[in-house]
Write a protein that binds this ligand. Structure first.
Ligand code: HPA
Ligand code: ZN
Length: 329
């Protein structure tokens, strides 16, 4: 076994973290009051849902509190502050879904520039670097809307926005649906990741072969989650040979239906995949970077060598350029 303190202190990069899922309940309450936005429950009771689909509804609702560039700056800064304290965060790559925020009356460049302001302030205060991933919700966007999202990211290009992602309910939007948006991103030199084979979906809704589609059709250079791939030895062997990095998340408050999550991560590691450990939506899932590591290590019984391996993997799997990676190694 390895001490909690060690697991919290080891430096980490986080590659799978949705900005809208990081908001402190106190910040949500304050911003909602200021915006005159009525929440259906008090903010400290907001993060409750019956199932994954209910969770996605709350995520979209929470996103409605971010209205100004200052709100976006604050959200980024506060997450970095929390994750430095809770898990010695050194680098983070945030997903943001621009269309979650358009109803708030903010446009793409204003939200991105707000986040960049927060990134720069957090870099100055904590020495932590951050990048941004423009994300497409597959459950609410048509293929044509996905293309528009990528076109917007290209039209308002910012150095910090280094790639695109695909989240939401996998059964609603199989990966091949978004081939055109991903081809466009690739031509523009953007990195590509996608949520794939998530265990809140059945093997019919998110089959292991989704990995092959993400690899070959979307040409992803990283994969979020991946647990359902374990059902296919063939797909696992391919993934091992491909060497892409995976971003499973150690803890979810949906964990009541997912007690097998730590064992699935263990099997992904033992199958030889390049695995990193992430929080996904830490505030909403009542977890943090250190907590994810401690619960996982407690459950599996890994030693400090594995903690160092995950720490290094998170740097190697990041979308930092080579010189920034070597500064973190
Ligand atoms: N899966 C799907 N959609 C999401 C997630 C996730 O892990 N987090 C935020 N939106
Ligand atoms: Zn996610």
């Amino acid at each position: 076994a390895v001490a909690d303190g060690y697991l919290r202190r080891i430096p980490k990069a986080e590659l799978h973290c949705h900005l809208a899922g990081t908001l402190r309940a106190t910040t949500v309450a304050e911003l909602a009051a200021r915006a005159g936005l009525a929440l259906p429950r008090p903010a400290d009771k907001l993060y409750q849902w019956p199932d994954f689909y209910g969770f996605l509804d709350v995520l979209r609702l929470t996103a409605l509190v971010l209205r100004t560039p200052e709100d976006f700056s604050r959200a980024v800064y506060e997450y970095v502050e929390d994750a430095v304290r809770d898990g010695n965060l050194r680098h983070v790559e945030f997903f943001f879904n621009p269309d979650y925020f358009y109803p708030n009356g903010i446009d793409y460049p204003a939200m991105v520039d707000g986040m960049i302001e927060g990134i720069e302030a957090a870099k100055k205060m904590f020495g932590v670097s951050s990048l941004l991933i423009c994300c497409i919700d597959r459950s609410t966007n048509t293929p044509a809307q996905a293309v528009e999202i990528v076109e917007t990211a290209i039209a308002h290009r910012r150095d910090h926005v280094v790639g695109i992602g695909l989240d939401g309910a996998e059964r609603a939007g199989p990966p091949a649906t978004f081939a055109e948006a991903y081809a466009l991103a690739k031509r523009a030199g953007l990195h590509r990741t996608a949520h794939c084979c998530e265990d809140n979906q059945t093997l019919v809704e998110a089959p292991p072969t989704n990995y092959l589609i993400c690899r070959d059709v979307l040409q992803c250079d990283r994969i979020d989650h991946g647990y359902n791939m374990l059902a296919s030895d063939f797909v696992m062997a391919e993934a091992r040979r491909d060497g892409l990095y995976f971003t499973p998340c150690a803890w979810t408050s949906l964990v009541h239906n997912r007690p097998h999550r730590p064992q699935r991560i263990r099997r992904m590691v033992e199958a030889g995949l390049n695995v990193t450990i992430n929080t996904d939506d830490p505030a909403m899932f009542e977890t943090d970077l250190g907590h994810g590591f401690t619960t996982l290590f407690e459950s599996i019984g890994w030693g400090p060598d594995m903690a160092r391996k995950f720490s290094l993997n998170s740097v190697e799997g990041s979308w930092l350029d080579e010189s920034d990676k070597s500064a973190l190694r």
